[in-house]
Design a protein around this ligand. Structure first.
Ligand SMILES: Cc1cc2nc3c(=O)[nH]c(=O)nc-3n(C[C@H](O)[C@H](O)[C@H](O)COP(=O)(O)OP(=O)(O)OC[C@H]3O[C@@H](n4cnc5c(N)ncnc54)[C@H](O)[C@@H]3O)c2cc1C
Length: 492
């Protein structure tokens, strides 16, 4: 009979090992900064955690309820979204580099910019699944319109306000954002800090200045941001900066990344000429500021949230990363499948429709299989969000895989259409999508970084039953804590 240790013996052995190894581990463990800690600890771990533990728990997977839309959400998709899609001429929008005025009006009138805003503030208060379904449907017709709708509903002012705003900020901004009277953008990354967004050099120095005739405490901001979606048409800029207290006698103090809302135009802020991301029609541009004074009550959540911006952003991204870009990824795959399979049935070569050639049927089947698998993962993750999860690692998994599958699908589609996909014009149904695929790959965490740092790096630490707890134990020099099985430990 094989020798088995009891759980008490196991615990004693691991406790001894823990005490013995802790000093060595403490020596090699790099110091974890506040920004890394916020990124590592953000969000929750759901079903995906069991893969990193090496134990796939399919009963847990089966227990996750499927995506469910309410009657109002389904009616919005069937009526408003269909009406919107009928107004979108992909080629004409691409040529005009803007959405038609009546589309902008329609989006505002029907509260497309307020899907995540609670009804109490005039928004639609849609579930995550419904919001993603709307973006997917629009993107399958025109990506520029989808991006325009997506940004105010994803990481940005509305989302941050809903979770962290003061009552005064919510009462002022949320109804205006829901009605589209205010159009937001959110400026985090800068020319020197893209993937490494916590390294932004943009600063806000704590100071007092006269504001509306009264001496007021606030920040003097100097910043330079680029690639900011909707900036050229924004009336309120969400801004992330490093807050600094010059501490007249006690020395300079770094207060940490802070998020504020700034109505524009505002003295000192300039929104530069439009960038043209892959020549797309959605609005994108740089935002700069030089010695811009803002009062403290423009900080999202007020002065108590100074320095908490990074954690706020990481928490919101933990959920949001599962929605917008994966929705675009699903739409790009649908477009490619629809266009390429239709064309392959119509186009004859060698006396046969080209779909009869195995080497055309194979990439078509690959697009379909990829779409089925990745879209199931996307819907599942959206539904876990509606159950209250904020799955940071699962979000990164679906962001990465949906956008990579989209790029593969578009490439296959281009091959199948041959010359038809190469020459630009209203009857080329893939070239605009082809230009957009790299945008989805790059934003909200460029894919190489997403795979390396979030899926595998954060996944291995966050989803592992012990690693994060061991790190905490070593930081606190607590050998007893390091030896505890996760079930006995207090939540972190
Ligand atoms: C169209 C568009 C819209 C955007 N909208 C906004 C917006 O509204 N608001 C905003 O704040 N920002 C926005 N951005 C900025 C976007 O978030 C950044 O472009 C993105 O984070 C990547 O940064 P970067 O372009 O500087 O690339 P870099 O950070 O220079 O990365 C270059 C390459 O290196 C890889 N890489 C970097 N670090 C690592 C690592 N540690 N391990 C492995 N690989 C790594 C990346 O994956 C990438 O492949 C937008 C960008 C674009 C193109």
């Amino acid at each position: 009979m094989p020798f088995r240790r009891s759980s008490g013996e196991n615990r004693m052995l691991s406790s001894l090992l823990g005490r013995f190894l802790m000093p060595a581990f403490a020596n090699v463990l790099p110091r974890i900064g506040e920004t890394e800690r916020a990124a590592l600890e953000s969000g929750t771990v759901g079903f995906e955690g069991c893969f990193f533990e090496g134990k796939a728990d399919f009963a847990r997977l089966a227990a996750i309820p499927g995506e469910q839309l309410t009657g109002a959400e389904q009616a919005f998709i069937d009526e408003r979204v269909t009406e919107l899609c009928d107004m979108l001429d992909d080629f004409a929008i691409d040529e005009a580099h803007d959405l038609p005025a009546e589309v902008w009006r329609f989006l505002r009138e029907h509260r497309f910019f307020g899907m995540i805003i609670p009804r109490a503030y005039g928004g639609l208060e849609f579930s995550h699944a419904a919001h993603a379904a709307v973006v997917t449907r629009i993107a399958s017709v025109n990506l520029a319109a989808a991006v325009t709708v997506m940004v105010p509903n994803s990481l940005g002012p509305a989302e941050l306000l809903v979770h962290y705003g003061t009552e005064a900020q919510k009462n002022h901004y949320l109804p205006r954002l829901a009605r589209g009277e205010d159009l937001p953008c959110f400026a985090l990354t800068s020319p020197y800090a893209g993937s490494d967004a916590a390294a932004i050099p943009d600063i806000g120095v704590l100071t007092r200045r006269e504001w509306n005739g009264v001496m007021t405490e606030g920040f003097a901001l100097t910043f330079s941001k680029r690639y900011i979606t909707l900036a050229p048409v924004a009336s309120v800029v969400g801004l992330a900066f490093n807050a600094i207290d010059p501490g007249l006698s006690g020395g300079t103090q770094q207060l940490g990344i802070t998020c504020a809302l700034i109505p524009v135009p505002h003295p000192g802020i300039s929104i530069g000429a439009r960038h043209r991301p892959m020549n797309s029609a959605f609005m994108n541009g740089p935002v700069q500021g030089e010695d811009v004074f803002i009062p403290l009550d423009w900080v999202i959540g007020g002065s108590q949230n100074i320095g908490k911006g990074w954690r706020m952003l990481m928490e919101c991204l933990a959920a949001g990363r599962a929605l917008s870009l994966p929705a675009l990824g699903a739409a790009l795959q649908q477009t490619s499948l629809y266009v390429a399979s239709g064309y392959a049935g119509l186009r004859n070569q060698f006396g046969l429709p080209i779909q009869r050639f195995h080497n055309i049927a194979r990439p078509l089947a690959e697009i379909a299989a990829d779409l089925y698998a990745t879209d199931s993962a996307r819907r599942l993750t959206a539904s876990t969000l509606d159950q209250g999860e904020r799955p940071s690692v699962a979000s990164a998994i679906v962001k990465y895989h949906l956008t990579e599958a989209a790029r593969r699908a578009i490439n296959h589609g281009m091959d199948i259409l041959g010359g038809k996909a190469i020459c630009a014009g209203p009857s080329n149904l893939l070239s605009i999508a082809y230009r957009h695929a790299p945008i989805a790959i790059t934003v909200e965490g460029a894919n190489i970084l997403t795979r390396a740092l979030i899926i595998f790096g954060q996944g291995a630490v966050r989803c592992h039953p012990y690693v994060l707890r061991e790190i905490h134990a070593v930081e606190q020099h607590d050998a007893r804590r390091s030896a505890m099985p996760s079930s006995d430990m207090p939540a972190i």
